[in-house]
Design a protein around this ligand. Structure first.
Ligand SMILES: Nc1ncnc2c1ncn2[C@@H]1O[C@H](COP(=O)(O)OP(=O)(O)OP(=O)(O)O)[C@@H](O)[C@H]1O
Ligand SMILES: [Mg+2]
Length: 237
């Protein structure tokens, strides 16, 4: 049975500027956005429109100026951080995926995933078992012993997704995850994200310019000059 959707990311009147006075850049202006479990939402917009800033505010990396952020029902930011240990919050709640995979070059694929579990306090044997499960789930377990340099772009990105899932995050944030992939690989990656969102009751937020994946998104949120100017639901083929 599918569980009813519930909000995992809930943002109200969020603003963020860089600098002050006449040269200030208003990177985010009065953003209101709610994202539910099971959803894959795209942040779309021209360069400089605030996509990465919004992702980084949700990921508790960038501090907003004002507004509210609730993550998985918890009040995280209310005109100031409401949580003392943001590092721990990130580790427990959020998985990040970047444009270029950012895997550690001196570790094998499985070690890159397992390291997250060990950071959470799991012993290496269990961490490895969990890493192998995840690599299997993403259909890249046959490359478990390879270092990142020996993986194809699509394989490395799937390992990076496995790593982002290793802490069982409720929120997955991805900045241009498919930019370096061909159309077929990009589609596989985005479909895996949808599967994760539904099966693990997570919310996935993807910054993307990649038109190849637009039709796979549940919702496209268009940003311009730091504001949400439009939200659309792509027609699913
Ligand atoms: N740390 C910072 N210091 C100063 N200005 C910043 C900083 N980070 C972002 N900005 C500015 O805020 C605005 C929004 O930037 P952001 O990185 O969110 O854009 P983006 O939509 O992700 O663009 P791109 O598609 O190029 O990645 C831009 O004008 C940018 O120059
Ligand atoms: Mg960006």
């Amino acid at each position: 049975m599918e569980k009813p959707a519930r909000p995992v990311v809930d943002i109200a009147r969020l603003s963020k500027s860089f600098g002050e006075g006449p040269t200030a850049v208003h990177a985010l202006v009065d953003i209101n956005l709610t994202i539910n479990t099971g959803e894959v939402v795209g942040l779309i917009g021209p360069s400089g429109s605030g996509k990465s800033t919004l992702l980084n505010c949700i990921g508790c990396i960038t501090e907003p100026d004002v507004g509210e952020i609730r993550l998985d029902g918890r009040e995280i930011y209310h005109d100031k951080w409401m949580i003392d240990d943001l590092r721990r919050l990130r580790l427990e709640t959020i998985g990040f995926i970047f444009q270029f995979h950012n895997l550690l070059p001196f570790l094998s694929a499985w070690e890159n995933v397992a390291i997250v579990r060990t950071l959470m306090g799991e012993d290496m044997e269990q961490a490895k078992a969990r890493a192998m499960d995840l690599l299997g789930y993403l259909q890249v377990d046959n490359r478990a012993n390879s270092p990142p340099a020996k993986l194809s772009g699509g394989e490395a990105q799937r390992v990076a997704i496995a790593r982002a899932l290793a802490n069982e995050p409720r929120i997955i944030l991805a900045d241009e995850p498919t930019a370096a992939l061909d159309s077929e690989r990009a589609t596989i990656v985005i479909e895996l994200m949808k599967k994760v969102a539904v099966e693990r009751e997570a919310a996935v937020i993807v910054v993307t310019h990649d038109e190849k994946i637009f039709s796979r998104l549940d919702r496209m949120v268009h940003l311009r000059d730091g504001r949400i100017v439009d939200t659309e639901r792509p027609d699913h083929a």
